[in-house]
Design a protein around this ligand. Sequence first.
Ligand SMILES: [Zn+2]
Ligand SMILES: [Zn+2]
Length: 121
Amino acid sequence: MTPQLTGADPEHISISKSKGIHIDWKDGHRSEYGLKYLRHHCPCATCTGAHGTPPQAPPIESSPFQMYQPPLRILSVEPVGSYAIRIAWSDGHSTGIYSYDHLRRICPHAQCAGTGAADKS
Ligand SMILES: [Zn+2]
Ligand SMILES: [Zn+2]
């Protein structure tokens, strides 16, 4: 039996600047986040509309009206304390601080998405 863990504690993080981020959690869960998925889930106030403005996060699918969209890339990832990482994107956005808690919540698995209580079965 595994001990009680919050789950939002990464054991290992691997970063591919052109593909995305892959996290192995201490409870054995494994999450893989694509670039667009991560960018779409940017938790900063601008992207989530926390200041009463409309959310600015770009859609996961690129707009058909967009003539050209340079491929999204991660420019840099820096740790923020021991609880989060800050991602700087090639589109100039760099204010998103992704806490491990947030990352765990947005785990792309169908059974994880949005519930925040993935491993209770
Ligand atoms: Zn943002
Ligand atoms: Zn998951």
